[in-house]
Design a protein around this ligand. Structure first.
Ligand code: SAM
Ligand code: DTB
Ligand code: SF4
Length: 352
């Protein structure tokens, strides 16, 4: 079957609701079958996150500890120096991550920040890592610059359904988010976009978010599904918990609707039982953030994740293609070998 035939972009809300309404076992079986048809079933892609510019964001996203509109105790930090970012990236690579994601609490990057973030991309890439950035909205020109610097993925989440969106964010529209994704795609980068569950949205909102994500053509290569991390000081700190089984259902439906995408079990794992995480992998999640911190909140300690991989017989996905910097092919090849060795070590460590 051709790539295009595998990707449907016209899911109706009724069809998606019907997937959500399947008996749990039937839904998980279908998701698992879809997963196995497209991916090595026990491989999980491993990314590490770094906040390169923290706090005092002008946007008012109600879930976010970094919004300047709420007092969450975070200070305002300047953009990190390139050298410090590279040191962190090297450590992430040596710990077994294959992708390094850099996030900034910006509405969008300023022109004077662009050469600095471009240099970060070049230097992190030269370590043999895949690169990802999330810097807010980007113009087509900025997306072009990032692509030229070698950025592999750009993350920009739709976050929730178009209908619920206005309850969560008022300073940037849903349409503006789609425009940024369009710029990213047109510049030739891979698209990473997903959302957050557990913000008080309805099941229909979860269906509508997935409908929007799957309507992107081609499907996003990476779909992060975050469980809300409730941070004191944000307007959503006391929102009711989402039943973990509803979260698992959403992962399974995402897997069925976007069969070729990596679905990331993203923020929220720190408060999730091992059993819930195991169900998420069974439902077709095949990517995680690895390392003790997300951007500003805690993620499970690396040794806990190694133990979990061991219990479940999972192993880090190795990249079949590392894009060697044209002038630095040898270094990238060496880095790739080191990464493979580290990934194997991680798997052996985990099974010890
Ligand atoms: N400022 C940029 C933006 O919004 O695109 C990049 C950084 S922003 C923190 C990246 C994503 O993190 C958000 O779109 C949201 O989906 C996720 N996020 C932020 N706070 C979160 C929280 N408390 N729980 C779960 N996900 C969260
Ligand atoms: C995504 O979907 N989740 C990540 C990443 N993309 C940038 C961010 C999660 C942030 C959780 C809250 C924090 O640590 O500040
Ligand atoms: Fe700013 Fe991004 Fe947080 Fe929204 S999610 S407040 S844009 S850092």
């Amino acid at each position: 079957m051709s790539e295009a035939a595998l990707q449907r972009h016209d899911w109706s809300i009724d069809e998606i609701n019907a997937l959500f309404a399947l008996p749990f076992n039937d839904l998980l079986l279908r998701a698992q079958q879809t997963h196995r048809a497209h991916f090595e079933p026990n491989a999980v892609q491993v990314s590490t996150l770094l906040s390169i510019k923290t706090g005092a964001c002008p946007e008012d996203c109600k879930y976010c500890p970094q919004s300047g509109h709420y007092n969450t105790g975070l200070g305002k930090e300047k953009l990190m120096e390139v050298e410090k970012v590279v040191t962190q990236a090297r450590a992430a690579r040596d710990a077994g991550a294959s992708r390094f994601c850099m996030g900034a609490a910006w509405k969008s990057p300023r022109e004077r920040d662009m050469p600095v973030v471009e240099e970060m991309v070049r230097q992190v890439k030269a370590l043999g890592l895949e690169t990802c950035m999330t810097l807010g909205s980007v113009s087509d020109k900025q997306a072009g610059k990032l692509a030229e610097a070698g950025l592999d993925y750009y993350n920009h989440n739709l976050d929730t359904s178009p209908e619920y969106y206005g309850e969560i964010i008022t300073t940037r529209t849903f349409g503006e988010r789609l425009e940024t994704l369009d710029h990213v795609r047109s510049a030739g980068m891979k698209v990473c976009t997903g959302g957050i569950l557990g913000m008080g949205e309805s099941e229909r909102d979860r269906s509508a978010l997935l409908q929007q994500l799957a309507s992107l053509n081609p499907h996003p290569e990476s779909v992060p599904i975050n469980m809300l991390v409730k941070v004191p000081g944000t307007p959503l700190e006391n929102v009711e918990d989402l039943d973990p089984l509803e979260f698992i259902r959403a992962i399974a439906v995402a897997r069925i609707m976007m069969p070729q995408s990596h679905v990331r079990l993203s923020a929220g794992r720190e408060n999730m039982s091992e059993s819930t995480q195991a169900l998420a992998f069974m439902a077709g999640a095949n990517s995680i953030f690895y390392g003790d911190k997300l951007l500003t909140t805690d993620n499970p300690q690396a040794d806990r994740d190694r133990a979990l991989f061991n219990k479940l017989g999972l192993h880090p996905e190795t990249r079949d293609a590392v894009h060697a910097g044209e002038d630095d092919a040898e270094a990238a090849q060496l880095a790739r070998q080191m990464h493979l060795a580290k990934a194997r070590e991680l798997a052996v460590d985990a099974s010890a």
